[in-house]
Design a binder for this molecule. Structure first.
Ligand SMILES: Nc1ncnc2c1ncn2[C@@H]1O[C@H](COP(=O)(O)OP(=O)(O)OP(=O)(O)O)[C@@H](O)[C@H]1O
Length: 322
């Protein structure tokens, strides 16, 4: 029998109703379908208001869906059995300041109805995993943001869930804190856990995740690995360094349908950049530059980064809707 998908979402819809008679409707999810396989590290990306938090809250059973289906590890999202197999790290988890790392885990373990022995055993393992074993009896008052986040991860892992849902796990951390959280996520992936995370830090997500989904205005814009997204999003970028780049050449470039950005880097040296650039477009630009007397010193082809793909798929929102 095939193992269940870790997350299976089909045509998921959510409409919030607001106002005195709940007449105002806000469509947060407009028929989103996606699947996450066991053992994957999966990133959910999208600009503000895209519907990421709504999707996560539906998975956790905090918000009711308006339509479609959502299941976790083969069980309906929000059911008791699915909740028991999911660990959740909310954005900005606040541990009460009177706790130490150990008493905090004790508190969360009791909330999950774990026995004293189970809590003690898991706490030892998890404090080791998140690098807090040596500081487990210090007050969390003195913890850095990174230490707090690592304690939050230990909290999410206490009941040994198969699936972890992490909301902005590296937000607000310094580079060292981010790299420590990345290492823990890699370690958890090595243990076979499935990790579903939501983040705004695209370089970070590109390093951690196997696959990504890009949401905007409640719709799925793209899903896949970075190579899949590069494939569906067009060709590699091209950067050229040219001299004798005349105003006429610049004018003629704007009349083509190739979007070229230019930047003067020295008195007679310009850098030209084309974000999505099939070979035919690059050939046309090179021909045009040469016919206008420009000299091409360097051409570099590069793969699009996740950030470039994201920006090309997500339309900027007018300021009032942000
Ligand atoms: N409780 C609510 N009542 C009414 N509308 C809501 C509610 N929660 C979210 N929305 C709206 O639903 C849409 C999606 O919001 P959501 O918080 O899911 O987006 P997001 O991608 O998580 O954004 P952010 O990155 O800013 O957290 C937005 O237009 C938001 O205003």
């Amino acid at each position: 029998m095939e193992p269940h998908r870790a997350i299976d979402i089909q045509e998921l819809r959510k409409t919030y109703r607001e106002g005195i008679f709940r007449r105002r409707r806000q469509q947060a999810l407009r028929g989103v379908s996606l699947a996450v396989q066991p053992g994957e590290v999966f990133g959910l990306l999208g600009p503000n208001g895209a519907g990421k938090t709504t999707l996560i809250k539906i998975l956790l059973g905090i918000v009711h869906k308006s339509g479609g289906t959502a299941s976790l590890l083969g069980h309906p999202a929000g059911s008791q059995i699915s909740r028991s197999r999911v660990g959740y790290l909310p954005e900005n988890l606040r541990v009460a300041r009177h706790h130490t790392a150990r008493t905090a885990l004790n508190f969360y373990g009791r909330l999950s109805r774990m026995s004293t022995q189970q809590i003690a055993r898991r706490s030892d393992e998890l404090l080791e995993l998140v690098g807090l074993r040596q500081r487990d009896r210090e007050s969390v008052r003195g913890f850095s943001k990174g230490m707090g986040q690592r304690l939050g991860l230990a909290q999410a892992l206490l009941h040994d869930p198969d699936l972890l849902i992490l909301d902005e796990p590296t937000d607000g951390l310094d580079p060292l804190g981010r790299s420590q959280v990345r290492d823990i996520i890699n370690e958890l992936k090595g243990q076979g856990k499935t990790i579903f995370l939501n983040s705004h830090i695209l370089q970070e997500v590109e390093m951690i995740c196997d696959r990504f989904a890009i949401l905007a205005q409640g719709e799925l814009k793209a899903i896949g690995s970075i190579d899949d997204l590069r494939g569906s999003n067009g060709e590699a970028s091209a950067t050229m360094v040219v001299s004798s780049f005349s105003t006429m050449a610049a004018e003629k470039l704007t009349q083509t349908d190739v979007a070229v950005t230019t930047e003067a880097i020295q008195p007679d040296l310009s850098r030209l950049r084309i974000d999505k650039c099939p070979q035919a477009d690059l050939d046309r630009v090179v021909d045009l530059l040469r016919s206008e007397g420009a000299s091409i010193h360097q051409i570099q082809r590069g793969s699009s980064t996740l950030e470039q793909i994201f920006l090309s798929l997500v339309q900027p929102q007018p300021p009032e809707s942000l």
